[in-house]
Write a protein that binds this ligand. Structure first.
Ligand code: DX5
Ligand code: ZN
Length: 216
């Protein structure tokens, strides 16, 4: 089973409710919420008030991607506000195991993310604790970047490891994913697909339908 997770970072923030209704109507199951702190990544996106509003308007699975240093400071509040999945970066946290355990104890699904330059070995100790591994396919911080081709091998490597030992763990990819490289990424083993600009530019409903058709 594959899941599409449109990233609202590329939505029209003046029309956020409308844009989310469109992806929901077209059948996307997840909504990807990119929280950036200006420390772990250079940019600042948005935070708690947006999640709170979006959760009220949408029944989609809130897939929260924390690009935040010391994410343990915020997981409780995010889950209270409606995060269904909380993914933290292995590079951003000194207490990864405790934070993942806290996310689960608070009733959300924990995920662990790695940047393009981080080796897969960095997440191996945590695979038994997570619902999802997120392999970044761009350097985190901005939407609309070009997919880094070398990341395909990393997706395959993670797929091989989770198939062997943790078959229920999902493999999410994020950054530069579009209809042109979707098939290759599915074949590499990704099953949660984040797409920002490829969904929110142009005809949102048609874009979601095109993704879902290829992913079914
Ligand atoms: C990038 C974010 C992504 C971003 C993807 O740091 O984590 O989720 O919104 O945007 P696209 O699909 O346009 O690369
Ligand atoms: Zn993201």
């Amino acid at each position: 089973m594959n899941y599409l997770s449109p990233s609202i970072l590329s939505a029209d923030f003046c029309e956020l409710g409308r844009d989310i209704a469109l992806v929901e109507k077209a059948g996307a199951p997840y909504l990807h919420i990119d929280i950036m702190d200006g420390m772990f990544v250079p940019s600042i996106s948005f935070g708690m008030p947006i999640l709170k509003c979006v959760k009220k308007r949408s029944g989609l699975f809130m897939d929260v991607h924390m690009m935040v240093a010391q994410p343990e400071r915020y997981v409780e509040e995010l889950i209270e506000l409606g995060a269904d999945g909380v993914t933290i970066h292995v590079e951003a946290c000194d207490c990864v195991a405790q934070t993942l355990a806290k996310i689960r104890a608070l009733g959300a699904k924990p995920g662990i993310a790695i940047n393009p330059e981080t080796p897969v070995s960095a997440v191996l100790p945590y695979l038994g604790m997570v619902d999802m591994v997120l392999v970044m396919t761009v350097h985190p911080g901005f939407g609309g970047q070009k997919y880094i081709a070398e990341c395909a091998d990393k997706i395959k490597e993670v797929r091989r490891i989770i198939d062997e030992k943790y078959p229920d763990v999902k493999l999410e990819i994020d950054g530069g994913v579009c209809l042109d490289n979707l098939q290759m990424n599915l074949e590499a083993g990704a099953n949660v697909i984040v797409a920002g600009s490829a969904v929110f530019k142009g005809d949102i409903e048609a874009n979601v339908r095109d993704f879902l058709k290829m992913m079914s």
